[in-house]
Design a protein around this ligand. Structure first.
Ligand SMILES: Cc1cc2nc3c(=O)[nH]c(=O)nc-3n(C[C@H](O)[C@H](O)[C@H](O)COP(=O)(O)O)c2cc1C
Length: 181
């Protein structure tokens, strides 16, 4: 790839053995030369959002988060469904970005690690489009790891890697990013 692309991945689960995170790690391992994926590891450390804490009072960790997003060529979101919706910690992270200028028109792909959770996908689509992110639907990837044993997850991710499914989703995403550049 002539121009290296850097992607920033956001996981909506804070679980240590999160299947959503595991899928992001597999995507990172499958990324082709010239494409790097960094997974955000401090979403759970962001303070609770308040508009009173924006502007001059913006916490340093939020500025760091926003800067990571600003420099990324695209975002990958992998988020479980909690009670038919977006997990609170992840919605909190998104709320910090609403009044800022990093996210409008930023390309975004979903990597979904459950055979369920279509309600959270619909909600995220609505929220992220309201924030003016550019979701790339053809890059959508679903590997239903949720509820599977560790061994079964390993086998499913190996199959997704060997079949080219992980790489194909990334290729569709990076092509969409480059086509719009
Ligand atoms: C508090 C809570 C609420 C949940 N609510 C739903 C739900 O409404 N619909 C659903 O399909 N799964 C629901 N689940 C299951 C998770 O979405 C599922 O286990 C998911 O794969 C976990 O993702 P992770 O492995 O990345 O943490 C819920 C799980 C938790 C902990």
């Amino acid at each position: 790839m002539a121009n290296p692309l850097s992607l920033y991945a956001l996981c909506g689960s804070l679980r240590q053995t999160s299947t959503s995170r595991r899928l992001l790690e597999a995507l990172s391992a499958a990324s082709p030369a010239g494409v790097s994926i960094e997974i955000c590891d401090f979403i759970g450390d962001l303070p609770i959002f308040s508009p009173d804490e924006e502007g001059d009072r913006t916490p340093a960790i939020v500025t760091t988060f926003a800067e990571k997003i600003r420099v990324a060529d695209g975002l990958i979101v992998s988020c479980p469904e909690y009670v038919h919706g977006i997990p609170g910690g992840f919605k909190n992270a998104l709320d910090w970005l609403v009044s800022r200028d990093e996210v409008p028109f930023k390309p975004l792909m979903f990597a979904h690690a459950s055979h369920r959770g279509d309600l959270v996908l619909a909600q995220l689509t609505d929220v992220l489009q309201t924030m003016s992110l550019r979701i790339v639907p053809e890059a959508f990837l679903r590997v239903p790891l949720a509820g599977k044993s560790d061994e079964a997850q390993t086998a499913m991710l190996a199959e997704a890697q060997e079949s080219g499914a992980l790489r194909a989703a990334l290729d569709r995403f990076t092509q969409a990013i480059l086509a719009a550049a």
